[in-house]
Design a binder for this molecule. Sequence first.
Ligand code: ADP
Ligand code: MG
Length: 617
Amino acid sequence: MSEKAAKKHEFQAEVKQVLDIVINSLYTDKEVFIRELVSNASDALEKLRYLQLTEKEVFDEELPLEINISTDDKENTITIEDHGIGMTRDELTKNLGTIAHSGSKAFLNAVKKGGEVDQNLIGQFGVGFYSVFMVAKSVEVYTHNWKKTAKSLLWKSDGSGTFEIESAKGVRRGTKVVVHLKEEDKEFSNTERVKHILMHYSSFVQFPIKLNGKQINNILPIWMRNKNEIKDEEYTEFYRFQANAFDEPYYRMHFSSDAPIEINALVFVPEHNPEQLGFGKVDPGVSLYCKKILIDSKPEGLLPDWMRFLKGVVDSADLPLNISRETMQDSALANKIGQVITGRFIKLLEDESKKDSEKYKEFYQNFSIFIKEGVAADFKNRDKLAKLLRYESSATEKGEFATLDEYVSRMKEEQKEIYYLFAPNREAIDGGPHLEAFKAQGIEVLYLYEPVDEFVMSSLMKYADKDLVSADNSDIELEEISSNKKRDLLSDKDIDTLCEWIKETLGESVNDVSVSKRLVDSPVIALNADKVMTPSMRRMMKAMKQDMNTQNSVNLEINPAHELIKNLSALKDKDADTAKLVTEQILDNALIAAGYLEDPREMVSRVYKILERVSQK
Ligand code: ADP
Ligand code: MG
């Protein structure tokens, strides 16, 4: 087939699905197609501006970097033209015929799952270009790639399953999208209507937007402007534009500094945590600019990984303009910039938490996972980040948080360590045996509800020079609880014999059996004998790696004042067989109370045996 003839292509199956949804289900907010096309034009111009820094040979060199929009209410068209990088034949096929982004697949999944289509999803998932078919009966895309050797091309489609690409004549550099509107969507060829939409969505585009020849936007970027002159609504609009989002920014940080590095930064915490929506790990969201020129929209390594939930812009005039995306990561300057932003941001959170702790609490509920990740992985900022952690504790009400600083300020004079306990919820800790001794002695214990918290504690290791220690650790030296001394106990000799006997009976299942100083009401307690690996960490490791040795190392402590223990001491001499059953069951109960038991099935049959014996009597 000759180059000149139109060549017909099928849209990829996923695109057909997207188009089908776009054409048949999306009736409101049709105007977003303008934002999508303008944002593509703006992307293409930013890419060209970046290229111009390094490439000498650019086609149509003299063309201005601007976006021209024209409306024709006789022909019923709207045309959006840019002089950006344009597309080659391959790029046309790939970019406008397939879905290259994982985001679009996520869009489809979300749509299929929910049944109902959320208009707001379109832009967020990068199905941007296809949104034009909400209003178009057909679309023509004229394009010429930036290379001098490239060809003039025309892409055409009515959105019904196929598109054509043919050669064109005399196309200038960039891309021109001609939208032939459906009769019912005539309004988008009306200049006033389009102007209104552009003012709303596109006031932050970095390039002049001309509507029928007249420039309609202010191109001084918001992050370069004086904060005092910027209204909250403008910030919100910018956030939405830049992040392709629809929520309100939750916190905002806008600052400029001159020394030691010149930085203008505008950074937002979104209202919602995108990773909570189940779309996996997000890309970095703070773009890097140099003197208003976009260097990298998702710079890996500029900010620590845990800050990827932030949106916004960092502009530094000190970066060399031709810094490549690859060398950016190694650049000492980029590192410095990252550190400045990180330091300021942590400070912002600290200040905000003091200013309005309820507001911070809500933030924390949505985003704590990132802070925790930071504590575990961002070595440089670990100590500062630890101040941002919040936990319930034995000294707080349910739903109220303590900071580590508050904990430290409440520590008893002789107390040297910070204690925590992990369990799925407050009730499990309050009702469990591990808290008893701490409660009796008025020592505060932090409550950890998520497995990741244990990782956080073990990576942090110390806070304010105090070791962080799990309260179920058998090494903890606790004072004997004073009221325990007056109790009616087994004799020392009986205790020793009983401990020996239990250890022998349980064999490998326990590391050691001893008498406990920390128990008040419970007959036994299982303590973790492995300093490094907690049982729940072990469980997590096992979930990741099947062949992991899962044997927990457990010390069992018995309460010599408890009736059950006293009875057991007598029973072992009268009916060793039943005593063995009871002992095994006591261990399992202790493991359950500690949250250590992994497979309760064996226990069920044992309980039946015990019940059988009891019911005989
Ligand atoms: P996204 O903008 O999120 O990548 P779109 O569906 O809006 O998704 O666009 C798909 C791709 O088509 C873009 O990534 C880009 O490569 C290409 N494209 C769209 N419009 C233009 C344009 N005006 N100039 C150059 N390339 C474009
Ligand atoms: Mg787009």
